[in-house]
Design a protein around this ligand. Structure first.
Ligand code: PEP
Length: 256
């Protein structure tokens, strides 16, 4: 089964309204309206509406960086899936390493968010990845398997068509250190095997697994050339039109 590449930009807590709109407009122009790679960007919540406007008519989807697993009520500072949909969001990043390690989100909480997003009609990008000390202790397969297993608890086979997994080794995020294509491929293949155990061969073959961690224009091609790497979740380089457009282009050039 051929999986369409999916390149997503996580803007994190960056940009202003003006620079975010300019970035979105620049990306819409640079990436154009035709192509086989799926593209999305996740601006800060407060810029979803103006960035969504700037993306209108382009093929770049609007994403969010996080969400609450409740519908409404006394959850100060949080944002619900319905609010995201109301703002034109199609997909949400969940379990990003900064949510796990800076804000202390557990696998169980992330799972509740994944289930909620899917049941409310949002696509979910479930992020997983090990810390440097976990890798050095040989714990990568266990840590990542646990995150995938718990993150997907209660997610049906049918709902898996709306799930993307992003393997993001924490030691490679924002550090300039990228996992080598072989290191990334090894974990991606392991995740795909796990999906076969959890679901079946069809789900394993059809689920996209993005790589994230210091992806740039100059290393995207060798990463995307790996058989189990189906796209990229891009932080820093997604804030620069030429860098992000070049990563998307690498996906176009390698499209399966
Ligand atoms: C990320 O934020 O998910 C990420 C991978 O960041 P960076 O590309 O900057 O390492």
């Amino acid at each position: 089964m051929s999986r369409r590449f999916y390149i997503a930009g996580n803007w994190k807590m960056n940009t202003s309204r003006e620079s975010g709109v300019a970035l979105a407009a620049g990306l819409a122009k640079a990436i154009g309206s035709g192509g086989s790679v799926e593209v999305g960007v996740a601006p800060p919540f407060v810029y979803l509406l103006p960035v969504g406007e700037a993306l209108r008519g382009s093929r770049i989807g609007l994403m969010a960086q996080n969400m609450c697993c409740e519908d409404d009520g006394a959850f100060t500072g949080d944002i619900s899936s319905r609010m995201l949909k109301d703002a034109g969001v199609a997909a949400v990043i969940l379990g990003h390493s900064e949510r796990r390690h800076v804000f202390g989100e557990s696998d169980e909480l992330i799972n509740r968010k994944v289930v909620k997003a899917l049941s409310d009609g949002l696509k979910a990008v479930l992020c997983v990845g090990e810390l440097l000390e976990e890798r050095q202790a040989g714990g990568t397969p266990d840590v990542v398997s646990q995150q995938v297993k718990i993150g997907l608890e209660g997610v049906s086979r049918a709902a898996m068509s709306d799930v993307t997994i992003a393997y993001e080794p924490v030691w490679a995020i924002g550090t300039g250190v990228t996992a080598s294509p072989d290191q990334a491929q090894e974990v991606h293949a392991m995740i795909r095997g796990l999906l076969e155990n959890l679901y079946d061969a069809g789900v394993a073959a059809g689920t996209r697994i993005q790589y994230g961690g210091s992806v740039k224009a100059d290393n995207a091609r060798e990463l995307l050339a790996q058989p189990d790497i189906d796209g990229a979740l891009v932080g820093g380089a997604s804030l620069k039109v030429d860098q992000f457009a070049a990563i998307v282009q690498a996906g176009e050039d390698l499209s399966r």
